[in-house]
Design a binder for this molecule. Structure first.
Ligand code: ZN
Length: 295
């Protein structure tokens, strides 16, 4: 029998498998390179958060700067279990867009972080994937939840379009305690100072499912509605998770942002969440908790 350090190889393999827990790490690809936000600062934090979950290996694909030729931007999406978009910029080349749509339709995963939902206004398939984006009222419906959790649709052309008031701290309200991404999280948890997106517009397909909202208070420049913060949409055989949280590097250090990013990325990749233990440092209804990302 082959032995390494006195242990049979078979036993070592068994140990290795049990350490890996849910099996092989999932390959994630973060896309950046253009954004009206500081992607140079935020991509390393997204990468670190995903890697520290122990569930992912992470690569980054960076496009040419805004206004430059993107014809070389052709990531091999099929190599990855999930794509995380930290991109809000010029339209990708047609061939890349087609391969991206085919990849998600064929069972791939997409995670849309904050301003990535501002991207690609004129790309129909992308709008179908994100459901709601940073668009004007004429673009499509708006979706909010009532206090009790009932889905409310505001017709195209009526009500506010996309915006946000000044950054502030606000509670995130979990609206589906059964979904793997939000299961067992506190019903309400206080998020670090961030932009509270409101009035998002889009095709908002019926199978769009809102997992968490935040109340957009009028005295904070908001709408007086419970606005969607985290949501999921099936797309073909694939899955899309959107978090509109994470304007700044500081907002991304909120443990609530980190845990929902990790879980949402795993869910987009596989349809399941094994990262289901709620960490001891998760924020509570009245206490913000941040981690030392970037340190
Ligand atoms: Zn922002």
């Amino acid at each position: 029998m082959r032995r390494i350090c006195g242990l049979p190889v078979a036993l070592l393999l068994l140990l290795a498998c049990s350490v890996a827990g849910a099996g092989e790490k999932l390959k994630a690809l973060i896309i950046d390179g253009q954004n009206n936000h500081n992607w140079q600062a935020t991509t390393p934090l997204l990468k670190q958060a995903l890697e520290e979950s122990g569930r992912f290996t992470v690569e980054v694909a960076t496009t040419a700067p805004k206004g430059k030729d993107l014809s070389d931007f052709k990531p091999d999406f099929a190599k990855y279990a999930v794509v995380v978009s930290n991109y809000n910029g010029d339209l990708w080349p047609e061939e890349t867009r087609k391969r991206f749509v085919d990849y998600i339709k064929g069972g791939g995963g997409l995670v849309v972080v904050h301003a990535a939902n501002n991207a690609f206004t004129g790309w129909r398939e992308y709008n179908d994937m994100i459901g709601l984006g940073w668009r004007g009222p004429e673009f499509g419906e708006r979706v909010t939840l009532s206090e009790a959790g009932k889905v409310e649709r505001t017709p195209k052309g009526q009500g506010p379009g996309a915006g946000h008031g000044p950054q502030h701290e606000f509670p995130i309200i979990v609206r589906d305690a059964e979904h793997p991404i939000t299961a067992d999280l506190p019903k309400a948890w206080l998020h670090y100072k961030d932009e509270l997106y409101h009035g998002q517009r889009g095709p908002a397909p019926q199978d769009m499912h809102i997992l968490a909202t935040a109340f957009s208070a009028s005295d904070k420049g908001g709408t007086g509605s419970h606005e969607p913060m985290l949501w999921v949409i099936p797309y073909g055989k694939g899955r899309v998770f959107t978090t509109v949280l994470g304007h700044s590097p500081e907002a991304m250090t909120c443990v609530g942002f980190i845990i929902t990013l990790e879980r949402g990325t795993e869910w987009a990749a596989t349809g399941k969440v094994t990262l289901n233990k709620v960490p001891d440092d998760f924020p509570t209804a009245d206490k913000i908790v941040r981690r030392n990302l970037g340190k």
